[in-house]
Ligand binder design. Structure first.
Ligand SMILES: Cc1cc2nc3c(=O)[nH]c(=O)nc-3n(C[C@H](O)[C@H](O)[C@H](O)COP(=O)(O)OP(=O)(O)OC[C@H]3O[C@@H](n4cnc5c(N)ncnc54)[C@H](O)[C@@H]3O)c2cc1C
Length: 401
């Protein structure tokens, strides 16, 4: 079924933009996506896909494709940086799937991209198509591409990431906030770390001023780690740069041998400065609206940026399908449904930095004592934020609205 006459333009082919293309098509809405790069690309790294995101991807028909490429972790295992003592544990695997009705996965970003491209049948987009700006009237929106081409539609979705051009034109070009942290990212062939007996968990290691999260991806063939450390703001040209293994080892000097062995086994590391923004109260002007990192970039401590962009995409498509004749009202309803949840997530992700990377010895001792009350895997329970996060059902939110 084709929803009457509505044509949606999407700026940006990241996880958010591609999911929007898929979700709109699933609702019978004509959509076209414009990606500035010559090919779809994700940084070479892993990604956690929480139940709130996989519930949507499964609903969009990608459940089997995801299950083939992802890893199904049993739990999240929090450890102390120096002696590796378990501090805390939260269940994932079968318990999370039963509790929240969808699987929790770890994926290689390239695999997730392939699954999304399979979902859209590799159609409905233009590559090497940078949107430089747009004009809108009460009837529609026209985007101008870098080569001067103009394309007109009824709605424009800015899914063009943290440095969004669409956001800049809507609300002014404000630079994102440097969070005071950089991320180190590495992928290791699984056989190089097999002797470390790392287990099928999301490993979270907490230390003063830095932390590390690590897990298997690519159906278990590759091991992924992300180290976050407090650091002076790097130069703009090194926001995303090749790092040196010896620098990563120096950053994690004195850490448990498991962590140092993983880093030492890594062929190549990336070093990336982390930015976020304050919550934006509104994401829409007329027929133009934001989605994903363009609307609400956040720190990665809750592993929710992509998940929130997937939720956005699904809810936005649902709102447009319900009132295709009133796209502005549909966009307003979408923002009303999504802004409070993502603003909450942005704030929570910032606060989590201190929990993960605290330096005061007394505070660390108090944190560890608190956390240790929930560290036996068989008895561990879901903390309230996880219930609110993973239990969110975008379809139910749409129905309720
Ligand atoms: C270290 C780290 C770890 C993370 N881990 C997780 C995790 O485990 N789970 C999770 O859910 N999230 C995680 N995230 C967050 C997640 O990566 C992002 O939130 C997500 O990728 C945002 O997707 P997006 O589609 O909104 O934006 P982007 O991925 O930034 O995509 C934007 C796209 O738009 C294109 N573009 C930009 N400008 C234009 C233009 N003018 N015209 C056309 N195209 C344009 C870009 O080329 C790009 O392809 C992590 C982030 C970091 C930094």
């Amino acid at each position: 079924m084709q929803t009457r006459n509505l044509k949606v333009l999407i700026a940006g082919g990241g996880i958010g933009g591609l999911t929007a293309l898929l979700a709109l098509r699933a609702r019978g809405i004509d959509a076209e996506l414009f990606e500035q790069a010559e090919a779809f690309r994700q940084v070479g790294a892993g990604i956690q896909l929480s139940c709130n995101a996989t519930r949507i991807l499964c609903r969009l028909g990608l459940g089997e494709a995801l299950a083939r490429v992802c890893v199904y972790p049993e739990g999240r295992d929090y450890r102390a940086w120096d002696d590796g003592d378990r501090l805390y544990y939260t269940p994932l695997g079968g318990r999370a799937e039963t509790e929240f009705g969808a699987p929790y996965y770890h994926a290689h970003r390239a695999d997730l991209l392939d699954v999304l491209l399979y979902g859209v049948d590799s159609k409905g987009f233009r590559l090497d198509a940078r949107i430089d700006g747009f004009d809108q009237s009460s009837d529609g929106v026209t985007v101008t591409l870098a080569d001067g081409t103009k394309v007109t539609g009824d709605v424009l979705i800015g899914a063009d990431g943290i440095h969004s051009t669409v956001r800049g034109q809507l609300f002014g070009k404000e630079l994102p906030r440097y969070t005071g942290n950089v991320a180190w990212r590495g992928l290791v062939p699984a056989e190089r770390v097999a002797h470390l007996d790392l287990g099928r968990v999301t490993g979270v290691w907490m230390g003063p001023n830095r932390s590390i999260v690590q897990y298997y991806v690519a159906a278990g063939r590759t091991f992924n780690w992300i180290g976050i450390s407090r650091s002076k703001q790097p130069a703009r040209e090194s926001w995303l740069a090749e790092g040196r293994i010896e620098d990563a080892l120096a950053e994690y000097s004195g850490w448990h041998t498991t962590i140092r062995s993983i880093i030492a086994a890594t062929p190549r590391v990336l070093r990336q400065a982390l930015y976020d923004r304050e919550p934006l109260p509104d994401w829409r002007v007329g027929r133009v609206v934001l989605l994903g990192d363009a609307a609400h970039p956040m720190m990665p401590f809750y592993a929710q940026g992509a998940a929130q962009s997937i939720e956005d995409a699904y809810v936005l498509a649902g709102c447009l399908a319900t009132s295709p004749d009133e796209p502005e009202a549909a966009l307003e309803r979408y923002v009303g449904l999504r802004q409070p949840r993502t603003a909450w997530m942005q704030g929570l992700s910032r606060r989590e930095e201190e929990l993960y990377q605290m330096t005061d010895q007394a505070a660390i001792a108090a944190r560890n004592a608190r956390m240790r009350s929930n560290r036996t895997p068989e008895q561990a329970t879901f903390p309230p934020e996880q219930i609110r996060l993973y239990g969110y059902d975008a379809e139910a939110a749409l129905q309720a609205a």
